[in-house]
Design a protein around this ligand. Structure first.
Ligand SMILES: Cc1cc2nc3c(=O)[nH]c(=O)nc-3n(C[C@H](O)[C@H](O)[C@H](O)COP(=O)(O)O)c2cc1C
Length: 147
């Protein structure tokens, strides 16, 4: 067999995966308004865990509310924890493991919106750094327009 190790378990520090089949982060559009986990999102990932994935990477989750698009999973506040816990528990119950992709949009989410463009800063050089510099100057975050 070509990929002899694919279906063998692997231990990564304290995490043991039953195989090396990894489902990559993929935005599903199954998120509730405001960034909450839905039962449909859980069912989608449980089906893949039951199918045999060793690890499910859940889609991009915003760590920063002002740059969080409306339909992105959100992990920027404790209010999201109960839904995320239910999500993780369901993947575990289906025999899988869960990994979350952390995402910070910063100023990049303002792309193409003239009111968000300020050519005196390095616009796309680094979302986080650029956003911090603008906040220091009183900028409130154009990402709010995406909510
Ligand atoms: C519908 C869709 C949504 C995706 N969403 C994300 C995402 O949220 N985060 C991410 O890092 N990659 C995302 N990707 C990229 C995938 O994780 C993956 O890297 C890509 O599909 C290439 O996979 P492959 O190398 O196995 O062909 C998405 C891909 C698709 C098709």
């Amino acid at each position: 067999m070509k990929y002899q190790n694919l279906f063998k378990p692997i231990k990564i520090r304290d995490l043991e995966l039953k195989n090396r089949v990894v489902f990559p982060a993929m935005a599903t559009n199954l998120i509730a308004d405001g960034g909450y986990v839905t039962d449909k999102l859980i069912d989608y990932h449980v089906a893949r865990a039951e199918g045999g994935n060793g690890l499910n990477i859940t889609e991009a989750a915003s760590v920063h509310a002002p740059s969080a698009p409306r339909n992105f999973l959100n992990i920027s506040d404790d209010k999201f924890v109960p839904g995320l816990k239910k999500f993780t528990d369901a993947i575990h119950a289906a025999g899988g493991k869960a990994c979350i992709q952390l995402w910070q949009g910063g100023i990049v989410v303002a792309g193409g919106r003239p009111e968000c463009n300020d050519h005196s800063t390095q616009r796309y050089a680094s979302g986080g750094a650029c956003y911090s510099r603008r906040v220091q100057r009183g900028y409130k975050g154009c990402g709010q327009g995406f909510r």
